[in-house]
Write a protein that binds this ligand. Structure first.
Ligand SMILES: [Zn+2]
Ligand SMILES: [Zn+2]
Ligand SMILES: [Zn+2]
Ligand SMILES: [Zn+2]
Length: 388
């Protein structure tokens, strides 16, 4: 092997073999190599801002810094100069305080259109403009990513069947690019008003599902051919959302996995046991948007013909697809903005069946081993500056 890294044995008899990422220690080097092979450590993992320990999720970083059993030294430094939202640690308390002003996001500024999108008998929708969307191929980056959220009402004899009744799609700047109520395909048996805010009146002159599907597809595909979308995405848009599988299922649409960025399925945002957090929890924890205590005035939301007041704490009462898509988009952008070192070309993720390669790898330092280790998920930081 002429391109292999130089083995630099630096083991003293007293040194155990310590993983450079998670700091686990092994008696035998081969055990560390095996650990590296199966743990998929990478530059993309969330890290402690103090000791640089790699964790599988931000939740484990949080536990490492805040407990219940925090690492004492890291916890001390973090509580003095760390941001409790993004978990970054700053040079001084002042720098942290200045940063937090920017890190804590305020409620979404504008709501969905206050009027229903009209649909007329002859099949031509009126007022159904897709505003703010540049046409395909004009190089405008704003259009590359969209976030979608649907609200479901209940169908079936017990009202438990989810029927899509409202869709909202926003762009990266949180502009509504599509919003519509949807005529459910079977009779609604439960409007779930307390949660959806949707009434029979809202759905009266709503858009048929088929048309909604076409409009959503038009936005997502962005003029790209289906084979190109399946192949490498082409001009098609990245779709952001929370539990998108559910939304797409209710819309009866398919979209390829490589174009989906789901905040419920993104490894660093999941619980350590690989269970999804709720969008509400993620919004509060990572964007700081639980301003319930700080707000004197209820936040006015216009939902079609109904206006009602609610506090800005997403999903505290009525779900609003605009708020939820904004929350998902903000989480996505925050994750995408992370700066990680580009990875080396070599990788360790493959199996080490060749005994000679195994020997060479065992001679590598823990740092060198980490350098050739690869993540088992696609980090969203890779979306910035690269065509997907
Ligand atoms: Zn490790
Ligand atoms: Zn990354
Ligand atoms: Zn630490
Ligand atoms: Zn922060």
């Amino acid at each position: 092997m002429d391109s292999g890294p130089d083995p630099t044995p630096n083991e003293t008899p007293a040194t155990r073999h310590k993983c450079s990422a998670c700091f686990k220690q092994y008696k035998k080097k081969e055990h560390l190599v095996e650990h590296m092979r199966v743990s998929y450590h990478s530059v993309h993992e969330p890290k402690c801002g103090v000791c640089k320990k790699h964790c599988k999720s931000f939740e484990s970083v949080r536990e490492h810094l805040m407990g219940p059993l925090p690492k004492a030294n890291c916890a001390k430094i973090y509580s003095a100069r760390g941001c409790d939202l993004c978990l970054n640690v700053f040079d001084s308390t002042e720098a942290r305080d200045a940063h937090k002003e920017l890190c804590r996001l305020s409620p979404a500024s504008s709501g969905p259109p206050t009027t229903n999108l009209k649909f007329v008998e002859n099949g031509s929708p009126l007022d159904m403009e897709i505003s703010g969307l540049p046409s395909a191929g004009d190089g405008n980056e704003v259009s590359k990513v969209v976030a979608l959220d649907c609200e479901m009402v209940g169908g079936g004899s017990d009202g438990s069947l989810d029927l899509c009744a409202r869709v909202c799609i926003i762009d990266e700047k949180e502009n509504v690019i599509f919003h519509s109520y949807v005529i459910p395909q079977i009779p609604v048996t439960n409007y779930r008003f307390e949660v959806t805010g949707i009434t029979e009146e809202n759905l009266k002159d709503a858009m048929p599902l088929k048309l909604v599907q076409e409009k959503v597809q038009e936005i997502l595909f962005n003029g790209e051919s289906i084979w190109k979308i399946r192949l490498d995405g082409g001009k098609a848009r990245i779709l952001v959302g929370h539990e998108l599988e559910h939304d797409l299922c209710c819309l009866r649409l398919n979209y390829p996995d490589h174009l989906i960025r789901d905040t419920a399925k993104y490894r660093p945002l999941m619980k350590t046991n690989l269970i999804s957090h709720s969008l509400k929890y993620l919004t509060q924890t990572y964007l700081g948007q639980f301003s319930l205590a700080n707000m004197d005035q209820p936040y006015l939301i216009n939902c079609g013909r109904t206006s009602f007041h609610k506090w800005y704490d997403i999903q505290s009462g009525v779900h609003d697809p605009y708020e939820d898509s904004v929350a998902a988009m903000r989480l996505y952008k925050r994750m995408r903005a992370q700066v990680h070192q580009p990875a080396e070309a070599l990788t360790l993720s493959g199996s080490l069946h060749d005994p000679w390669i195994q020997k060479q790898v065992e001679k590598m330092t823990p740092d060198a081993l980490l350098e050739i280790s690869r993540s088992n998920y696609r980090c969203w930081c890779l979306d910035s500056g690269q065509p997907i």
